[in-house]
Design a protein around this ligand. Structure first.
Ligand code: AMP
Length: 597
């Protein structure tokens, strides 16, 4: 397991990620992905897209990152997207008040759920001190701090806008168009991969808690009464669950079960959430998360976001801590209803009945020429009350007279004056607000998990080496190509031509001719390149006999194989059609010690 320091150091040295704007003193909470990190992140995004957009038959969109204020008034983020802030009067440092409590008080795991007043009280009761300068924090006020970055759209004071705190809102506000694109048919899913911004009070742990990060989100729109997920596709998937009941129990344990059983046993109540947990489990395994350091944890009630009816997190173990890497929320009709209420557009779909329905509608058409003289200023209210009564109790109009009560006063009206009638109407369907199920992945946290879980050390050629055992699909570079020595033009020509040939076959290749061959292997090991190809004198034959050395990263095993076979063999390995072990059966093993001198 990597210490955070070792991994951060490797990430910086090898160009995975580093603090942004360091030339200007750095900006807390902002990171730049270097060449290796950007490639790794891109591969994670591609693998996500391949699973959650393409394989699940969804559509991907790209919406703006700046959105106007009314969007967030409607979504609830303006009012409710807060964290608890406490500021040290002595050194001016800001802290998450709930995190201070969680760090200091053994049996409190979710202080956010306790509310501002209680957290303030606990800080006082436990005499908590500022983690930065040690000054007493008791008596400092705890405030709700809104996490959205505010901006202004257009010149002058413009129109207030915000950087989106989740990609989801970009999907919800476009629902009226997206439903047309889906021909009004539920269920359908829309995905988006892009940046989200949160002005975190205390960004920490490298890229784990940052102020700008990439989310990969799927919004699945369903008819809650009709649509069921294809649960059979994942019912046998084995998962480790940590439901609320176990979190509350003194000797709470993980439940090892399958998705199908978890639904049958009502551990996961929404089959849609269960379905996506099953799909996600397979995906995390595929991209290389260590599944012994992975679990799904249900949110405690106070922990749920303002929009979530039920929520499970995917969590990975990093440096001894459990980190949320994705959230799976049943958002119900919350978002679409809110946008429907706050905007001019319709956030519903028309649900056609199997058979048209005939409905009876009771109405009145009161004779105002009679009601006016009789009831004066109250006549209008009496007419409205008659209509309401017709809808709620049509039988009240059976007699000669009908009575209504307004503000405690009884009004009696001739049934003939009320002009009661029942009309028949044919309805073909109704407008319903779809429910939303949302898997929401943090790409940066996934990248960090993969690096942590892939970080390995062993002894090779009497030296300790560090290598990243990344899945070939995810590794930043597929293959590195080296000439054995760096001062032989013929070798350099052949090796660089071979690199071009592999690139043309769609393989990502890094070419390196500097330093000893051992050092070059170590460099590639440290960035997780699954294969290295070395061209030596046997690569100069120029006929079918021409061979090169292929070295596999984790085993450091080297094989000699004809250069003519190389591209096809590697493609088969990267496509998952072949294992390196198959190549070991067919090609000669080479046992050369490689020193880094
Ligand atoms: P949430 O909407 O809070 O459930 O966030 C969805 C996902 O975004 C989380 O599971 C994280 O992976 C990621 N995420 C949220 N906040 C941050 C942050 N400050 N830095 C990095 N990733 C984050």
């Amino acid at each position: 397991m990597a210490s955070q320091q070792a991994l951060t150091e490797l990430a910086k040295r090898r160009g995975f990620f580093f603090g942004a704007n360091e030339a200007y003193g750095g900006t807390a909470g902002f990171y730049t992905f270097g060449p290796e990190g950007a490639a790794l992140k891109r591969n994670v995004e591609s693998a996500w897209r391949e699973q959650f957009t393409l394989r699940l038959g969804n559509e991907e969109i790209e919406a703006p990152t700046v959105m106007p204020e009314p969007v967030f008034e409607a979504s609830g983020h303006l009012d409710g997207f807060d964290d608890m802030l406490i500021e040290c009067a002595e050194c001016g440092e800001s802290h998450r008040a709930d995190h201070l409590i969680e760090d200091a008080v053994a049996d409190i795991e979710d202080a956010e759920a306790l509310g501002v007043d209680r957290v303030e009280e606990l800080i006082r009761d436990h005499d908590l001190a500022c983690p930065t300068c040690g000054a007493d924090l008791a008596g400092e006020p705890v405030e709700d701090f809104n996490l959205m970055f505010e901006t202004s759209i257009g010149p002058g004071s413009g129109q207030p806008g915000y950087l989106r705190p989740e990609t989801a809102q970009g999907i919800f506000v476009e629902f009226p168009r997206l439903k047309e694109y889906a021909r009004g048919q539920l269920p359908f899913g829309i995905t988006q991969i892009g940046p989200a911004y949160r002005n975190e009070i205390s960004p920490r742990r490298g890229i784990i808690r940052v102020r700008e990060f990439t989310q990969a989100e799927l919004e699945q729109f369903i008819d809650p009464e009709e649509d069921e997920p294809p649960l059979e596709a994942v019912e046998d998937v084995e998962v480790t669950l940590y439901p609320v009941s176990e979190q509350h129990a003194d000797d709470g344990e993980y439940i090892e079960t399958t998705i199908g059983e978890a639904v049958d046993d009502a551990i996961i109540t929404s089959p849609w959430v269960a379905y996506f947990l099953g799909v996600a489990q397979g995906w995390y395994e595929r991209v290389g998360v260590d599944m012994d350091r992975f679990r799904f944890r249900q949110h405690l009630s106070g922990e749920r976001a303002h929009y979530a009816a039920d929520c499970w997190d995917a969590e990975s173990e990093i440096g001894g801590n459990w980190i949320e890497i994705a959230g799976f929320a049943y958002r119900g009709d919350y978002d679409l209803t809110k946008h429907g209420e706050h905007s001019e557009d319709r956030f519903t779909v028309f649900k056609r009945y199997d058979e048209p329905k005939t409905v009876e509608t009771a109405t009145v058409d009161p004779d105002m020429a009679a009601l006016g003289p009789e009831f004066g200023g109250a006549a209008g209210d009496v007419a409205d009350a008659l209509q309401a009564l017709a809808e709620s109790d049509p039988d009240a109009f059976d007699g000669d007279e009908v009575t209504v009560e307004i503000d405690g006063e009884i009004y009696t009206v001739d049934t003939e004056v009320a002009n009661f009638s029942v009309e028949e109407q044919t309805e073909n369907g109704e407008h319903i607000t779809p429910h939303v199920v949302e898997p929401s992945f943090g790409v940066g946290r996934t990248v960090y998990t993969l690096l942590e879980h892939a970080y390995s050390e062993d002894e090779v050629d009497d030296e300790t080496r560090t290598y990243l055992s990344l899945a070939p699909e995810i590794a930043p570079t597929d293959v590195a190509v080296f000439p054995l020595v760096s001062n032989d033009d013929a070798l350099i020509d052949v090796a660089s031509d071979l690199a071009d040939e592999l690139r043309a076959a769609g393989i990502s290749v890094s070419y390196d001719d500097s330093g000893s061959i051992g050092r070059r292997y170590r460099r590639q090991d440290e960035v997780g390149t699954p294969f290295c190809v070395t061209v030596d004198q046997d690569g100069l034959e120029g006929d079918d006999e021409t061979t090169v050395t292929l070295r596999e990263r984790d085993s450091a095993a080297q094989l000699r194989l004809p250069v003519a076979d190389l591209a096809a063999e590697l493609e088969a390995v990267f496509d998952g059609d072949r294992e390196f072990a198959d190549l070991q059966d067919r090609y000669e093993r080479v046992d050369t010690d490689v020193t880094t001198d």
